[in-house]
Design a protein around this ligand. Structure first.
Ligand code: TRP
Ligand code: SF4
Length: 399
């Protein structure tokens, strides 16, 4: 019904590093060739957790856009914009909040998790509780049907699907649709009508896909229904005859294999990152000082790559030959650790070189970056406005 459209957002809470590159950005680069893509800076999302450091958001927003462009995100293919410049997101968030049960928000797993994890912050705010709904608005406002996310964000997409269904159920009906649909249910005969109603409830209230299938099969087999009634009942199952908002699907992004310099996940908070715009000298130094298998105290001590963070880098960057050389050389003490690190240094520098080049270009032309974003915001806003017209009208606000 609508063309495939991809949407993804990123919070501007720090400089991007190789973890982001391997985990998210390389995926965006593929997607931008295959789909209509919208990528945005989730600055309002950042405020839900970082409301006490606005300067941080301000500084990182432009840096992040430069990082995207440096990584190869192509503004002639994808639309890049800032969430807060498309204020329709806020309007949809507000309108959706009218129909969002509190319990659904409280049950989103990240809600309690994050509150427990980020103990240095007071996250008992209205904004933080509502953040998954803001994300739903981000997605639904573009009728984006594909959302690339990591495992941890899948519940947010599920939540968005439920909100979407509830919205279409409540506001997507033709005049008199409900009465007509109810009449049609009766025509099924009491036994089938009962099954249909049960399945419909199970699907709409719990998202029970099996129940949906059962009800669809029942309708397909029904002999004594007019075509019109059949179509109504298919629509009524999902809640609407008119699909105002589109249910998104997760495009699960494989977890990045990119480790940090110390072998843990690469993350700003562990201080183990190589940033996308790290200069060559610093890259080399960081890798040269990486910890290795502690068993290799002296050059003559053999080691085990499985116990060494450098090996994890080889798994990302090195081909079979080099890996073979590492395993042999390490376990026999045939090579030293500095020697072992050199191919990694070379590979990371090779990967970062074109990124640095593009970054320099954009850093020197910040007006260009601002124009790219201004264009993107305009395009995004046009799409958002289209949806909002339908949403307002459906909710009785089409004055
Ligand atoms: N919640 C995401 C994060 O914290 C960012 C985000 C906001 C997002 N809105 C989105 C991602 C919509 C995908 C789609 O990383
Ligand atoms: Fe790690 Fe390589 Fe040293 Fe072995 S030789 S401990 S794999 S850095």
């Amino acid at each position: 019904m609508y063309a495939d459209r991809v949407l993804s957002g990123m919070r501007p809470t720090g400089r991007l590093h190789l973890g982001h590159y391997h985990g998210v950005l390389k995926n965006w680069l593929t997607l931008q060739n295959e789909y209509q893509c919208l990528f945005f800076v989730a600055d309002w999302h950042a405020l839900t957790t970082h409301y006490d450091t606005p300067q941080l958001i301000h500084d990182n927003t432009w840096d992040m856009v430069v990082d995207w462009l440096a990584a190869g995100v192509d503004p002639s293919q994808a639309t890049l914009f800032l969430q807060s410049r498309v204020i329709e997101h806020a309007e949809l968030h507000l309108l959706l909040s009218m129909i969002t049960p509190l319990g659904w928000l409280e049950r989103v797993p990240t809600y309690k998790d994050q509150q427990e994890k980020l103990t240095d912050k007071d996250l008992s705010t209205y904004g933080f509780l509502g953040y998954p709904l803001l994300q739903s608005a981000d997605i639904l406002i573009y009728r984006a049907n594909r959302v690339p996310v990591g495992e941890d964000q899948v519940p947010h997409i599920e939540f968005t699907r439920e909100i979407c269904r509830r919205f279409n159920h409540l506001f997507g009906r033709e005049p008199g649709f409900e009465d007509k649909a109810r009449q049609a249910v009766k025509k099924l005969g009491s036994k089938k009508a009962k099954v249909y109603e049960e399945c419909r409830t199970a699907y709409q209230e719990q998202g029970d896909e099996e129940a949906l299938d059962t009800a669809r099969a029942l309708l397909s087999d029904a002999q004594n229904l007019s075509l019109g009634d059949k179509e109504r009942l298919f629509g009524y199952l999902e809640g609407s005859s008119k699909m105002i908002l589109v249910e998104p699907e997760s495009l699960l992004t494989a977890a990045s294999k990119m480790p940090g310099l110390d072998g843990q996940k690469m993350s700003k908070s562990y201080n183990n990152t190589i940033s996308l715009r790290e200069d060559a000298e610093s890259v080399a130094k960081k890798i040269r000082t990486m910890p290795t298998d502690p068993a290799r105290v002296r050059r003559s001590d053999p080691g085990n790559p499985e116990k060494c963070p450098v090996w994890q880098f080889h798994l990302v960057y090195s081909d079979a030959d080099v890996r073979h050389w590492v395993v042999n050389g390490c376990t026999s003490a045939g090579i030293g650790c500095l020697e072992c690190k050199q191919p990694v240094i070379d590979a990371v520098l090779k990967e970062l070189a074109p990124i640095a080049e593009r970054a320099a270009h954009y850093e020197a032309n910040l007006d260009l970056v601002r124009n790219i974003i201004a264009d993107g915001c305009e395009k995004a806003q046009e799409l958002a406005r289209e949806t909002m017209r339908d949403v307002r009208e459906a909710m009785g606000l089409g004055y």
